[in-house]
Design a protein around this ligand. Sequence first.
Ligand code: AMP
Ligand code: MG
Length: 178
Amino acid sequence: MGIVIVTGVPGVGKSTVMNAAKDFGYSIVNFGTTMFEEAQKEGVKDRDDLRKLPVDVQKRLQKQAGEKIGQMDNIIVDTHASILTSSGYWPGLPEWTVKAIMPNQIVLVEALPEEIEKRRSKDTSRTRDSDDIGLHQRMNREYAIAAAVMTGAAVGFVHNNDNKIDEAVEQFRKILDK
Ligand code: AMP
Ligand code: MG
């Protein structure tokens, strides 16, 4: 079964798609939670503050999380192909992280920018950025391809459009060959 990395811009609903797919026999590991657990020891209070930390601090936390996750197997990793930081788009799967994890597959969960915008404004539990969602999704495709070239992972898409969660889960099932 190996390791499947699932990515998508904040608010696209990747956690929702993955939770609905829990019966596929994988354990779900959230990269942001693994990073946040380390960051909390250093006084970070909110997971949405992680991407606002100096990039060298984020890099250190990312490396620790990547090494931890790299020791696991039969997992689906909930993470980001790129993170919008104050320095610009920063790779969620740089060489040292993606090679520690060695995924078999990288999945991009996508939706229309206006759908994502609406989902973000409805979710009061998170602090979401107001950014160019279309650009971020295009950047993520490029970052996912770069990570795939370094590891030999296949890149697949799940379209998580409004009121089509069942179809999104079905696409995910097909990609996982379940
Ligand atoms: P999420 O709940 O998936 O939005 O993740 C919370 C936060 O964790 C993100 O906003 C990022 O700051 C951080 N994070 C998640 N995955 C990665 C990654 N692969 N590399 C760096 N930071 C990440
Ligand atoms: Mg999430």
